[in-house]
Design a protein around this ligand. Sequence first.
Ligand code: NAP
Length: 324
Amino acid sequence: MKKRIVLYKRLSADLLARLQQHVDVTWVDTTQHDGLARLRDALPGAHGLLGASLRIDSSLLDLAPQLQVISSVSVGVDNYDIAELSRRGVMLTNTPDVLTETTADTGFALILASARRVVELANWVRDGQWQANLGPAHFGRDVNGKTLGIVGMGRIGEALARRGAAGFGMRVLYHSPSPKAHVQERYAARHCSLEELLKQSDFVCLTVPLNAATEGLIGARELALMKPEAILVNIARGRVVDEAALIEALREQRIGGAGLDVFVQEPLAADSPLLQFDNVVATPHIGSATHDTRQAMARCAVENLLSALAGERPANLVNEALVR
Ligand code: NAP
């Protein structure tokens, strides 16, 4: 008999067909008002879950005593209590690598858009305000030749370092628990303390996972260490930054601006104070959101799920201590 899975992320027809060859699929649209209730109804008897952007807590896990695997369509795993999943013998898989370059592109888009005031000035043109040659009031800041500080030198951090060093002639500093000899060799990236990175960088980019150690990593103290013209770019998770402290720093013009793809509360409320600042570029969590990359992530998640349910070790097992 086929195993049963609950799908809570829309898949392309070919990937859905691939899943249905091997497992019985119950589709739940968690964006609908009754989505969570329908998910709860579907959990008893489920051997697998495939989806993203939903916190799977103990109250949901309690409803799924037969669960063997959660296949997350994301690289970030902050929506799951990994220790609790391991305790229950549930595998967790994610989709690293396939989104690395696209997410780094998003980071660089935010660096360029913030420094060169792309969104603000494009809106200015659209509003019919371009009626004479530009003066210094509309000038931006250079990206080329500046210092790029990367907090979290993992896959996405390294892809950002490559763009900065090779594409824009930037000096690269990074802060990570462990120094990475290869990024020093390839991009002349220098490992340093968070304090030094904040003091020296023109662009501070956050590419850490969200966990107990990184929640609130950038708060009032850290923002105060940044240069007054420096720009903060967050493509990690909203809670890595103390948003109230960031709003205060922007209000007092203590930093040059921010490029933000992620927020404490998503979707970001239209009346968020962050949207009052011309020097904030806010995007709706588009880090990996291209057709190609989302399809690659979904394919990766499908293969992880199928191999876990087939009794194999999935390629992207997060709780590696789980031996099956
Ligand atoms: P990764 O390869 O695991 O890299 C994360 C890096 O962060 C690791 O190198 C790690 O250092 C470092 N790190 C961990 N704790 C740190 C700390 N306290 N201070 C400084 N560095 C620390 O992960 P990735 O694939 O690059 O993804 C990173 C994160 O980006 C994900 O977890 C996700 O939350 C976020 N993301 C967001 C989007 C989006 O749509 N905006 C898309 C994709 C990913 P060590 O190697 O020394 O342990």
